[in-house]
Design a protein around this ligand. Sequence first.
Ligand code: FAD
Length: 395
Amino acid sequence: MHKTIIISGAGVPGLLLSILLARSGFHIHLIDPAPAEKLKDIMPSGFTSAIMQDALEAVKQTNSWNVIQDFIAPLKTITICDRTLPGKEPTSISFSSRDIEQDMFGYNIPNYILRAALTEEAEGIKTITFHKKVKLDTYTATDFDVTAVLENGTEITGTLIIGADGRHSTVRQTAGITQKQIDYGIDAISLLVSHSKPHNNISTEIHRPCGPLTFVPLPGKTSSVVWTEKHDKASDIVGMRIQDIERHLHDLSGGILGTLKVQSAVNVHPLITLRSPKFSAKRAVILAEAAHVLHPLGAQGLNMSIRDVQAFIDVIQDATDLGLDIGSSAVLGQYQQRRIFDTNKRLASVHGLVSLLTHDIKPVHFLRRFGLQVTDSFPLLKRIMMQEGMRGIAA
Ligand SMILES: Cc1cc2nc3c(=O)[nH]c(=O)nc-3n(C[C@H](O)[C@H](O)[C@H](O)COP(=O)(O)OP(=O)(O)OC[C@H]3O[C@@H](n4cnc5c(N)ncnc54)[C@H](O)[C@@H]3O)c2cc1C
């Protein structure tokens, strides 16, 4: 008999998990109040993610990998340019994937395209029951099973429930798992631009006093932009005329990509760090942004979430092979053990980088610049940073 798993949240991690678990013989109930639109109807959005090689392995196991090929671009070089010292010439350092014998670090993938492709794939799998346009309201767990109650009153019983339902996770709250949150008072503005000069598959991260401004390659002469600004300034920018946004971006980037034209909506994302002290409770697991949220500096978030998916599948497959109860606390605790160290390490390193970058005191800016120059002079140090980068930390 198929075991039933309930997954709350059909973002990229929830969808990926549903497809891969369904392929391993599980029956999935997937719930989302705001599922993706059809691929053919989707509007361009600036929201993209750089996904590194190791995390890409899970995406490559789906049929969606072939579907998204025309929309993604390889990342071959990462250039970091420090402009934190007003009046001084910028300093830059470049990391090339060739220096670590790789063709590329990974791909820049539009989240909305990947999510739409995975949604269509999930809809075509008979063992996935998709509950669309309805929220998980609550659930109850016993020693034997878990019952999810949806907003419309529908009840679903399964062996365990997974919260992939984002930073305000209903599963996390129902499970009584606490979280610690840091609000940076900084927003990330995301948009797509076309440009007159080619990007040559170089992702350029310009470090400014309030954080990075990053141009990440997409096919042709297009890039996605992640532009961090203090909260009030970000609201002002979003209210600007498009021509003014283009001019402002051109000036901030020093014209490296030539003339810029905005090609999507301009969206704002408040930046926080969120950390949960544990990832499992009775017959429940939380993963992706339900368990951890990071500043986009270093392109960690979705990479970590996909690594959660890979680890969870490994643990469940081992437990199934051994004939164990996949919802037992021993099995779910093993998942937590697999992921907690990596998660805490990366949350701490990204938070440290953000503090270093946004500290408004001169000695810290000099220290940063010195760090970049030192790194550039030591090929071994650079190589270690790049190898770590292949696992998702690129800055
Ligand atoms: C500007 C920016 C740039 C980024 N760039 C990168 C990058 O380059 N590389 C990288 O790895 N990461 C990046 N990230 C992070 C990455 O985009 C996120 O980690 C990822 O999108 C989060 O996915 P998620 O599924 O956990 O959350 P979400 O995408 O928030 O999905 C949660 C889903 O749960 C659903 N949901 C909510 N409540 C309920 C409920 N009660 N019942 C059922 N469903 C529910 C929602 O409708 C939603 O579909 C970036 C983030 C930002 C803000």
